[in-house]
Design a protein around this ligand. Sequence first.
Ligand code: PLP
Length: 365
Amino acid sequence: DDEGRVFNFAAGPATLPASVLKQAQAELYNWRGSGMSVMEMSHRGKEFLSVIQNAEASLRSLLNIPDDYAVLFLQGGATTQFSSVPLNLCKAGDAADYIVTGSWSDKAFKEGQKYCNAKVIWSGKSAKYTSLPQAGESSLTPGARFLHICANETIHGVEFKDYPTHLGDTLLVADMSSNFCSKPVDVSKFALIYAGAQKNVGPSGVTIVIVRKDLLGNAQPITPVMLDYKIQADNNSLYNTPPCYSIYICDLVFSDLLEKGGLEAAERRNIEKAKLLYDAIDSSNGFFKCPVKGEVRSLMNVPFTMETAELEASFLKEAAEQGMVQLKGHRSVGGIRASIYNAMPRAGIEKLVALMKSFQARHSS
Ligand code: PLP
């Protein structure tokens, strides 16, 4: 654009709303008359406390989080939660089930094996992670403490639209890193939701955990203090120095989402944006192909392929020349991947679709 900004289709860290970046820029040197940058503030001072409290209040309002859930702003990325979840929810040796729908849930399972008796009860690997379990295709291990799912697989582009039900006493845990705050979610269906911030809500590093309060306080004795949810909750996420600046950016993003109509409105925008792109793929007579089946396609990460690696390389090159960047598929799957999180404007997708059409016209025989 005229400010030299590109359309950034990266899977994460991802693009942030322009209005948020501009507000942060205006407040960088002297935050709201405090004479300091948020980066320079005491995390226990009244200024920063107002930031983190406002961030929590806005997130509670966006997601309608019930009062019996704690909201934690932690560090270490979603990857750290792969260990924290079993450490806090299981005794060593407890059974825990994993539905593996792509690379991220596979990583969560592998880490979980260290701290509980983790079992894969459904895997999409044989279909190259292009599908999700259908009703009746998986059954829980008797006594399983929790069932872990990845709500949206960032690399493979499959997203749960409905969540597993009839779990009895088994707790539902979801990694929502890549679709967090992209749509409304009934938090009460989950025992625990976690998300790295760097796709829809802020800078990498800060990690949000929403956990039912009655589950706190039973961490395994070996749990590192930083990973113990009870200690973090008792200290309002201020047990040690938190990632203050990153939490401040999350606060701005949450306010921005609220101003733009909340998560119902965000979902409407995301459905429209994703439809533009999937329609372009599906109406290309096979020139572009999306391996993921219709009903489980992600609204956030859209993978697609072309006939040859040469065509893909030349498409990526033209896209970059036009200011559309980070469209290369993950190194494990190749092809193209357009990540179209909340902050990707519709104009970015319209521009991508225009290139797809002109590229196809020039390369079809
Ligand atoms: N889970 C999902 C769904 C992800 O997309 C990612 C990162 O891309 C992770 C977990 C790991 O997140 P982090 O890099 O914050 O540890």
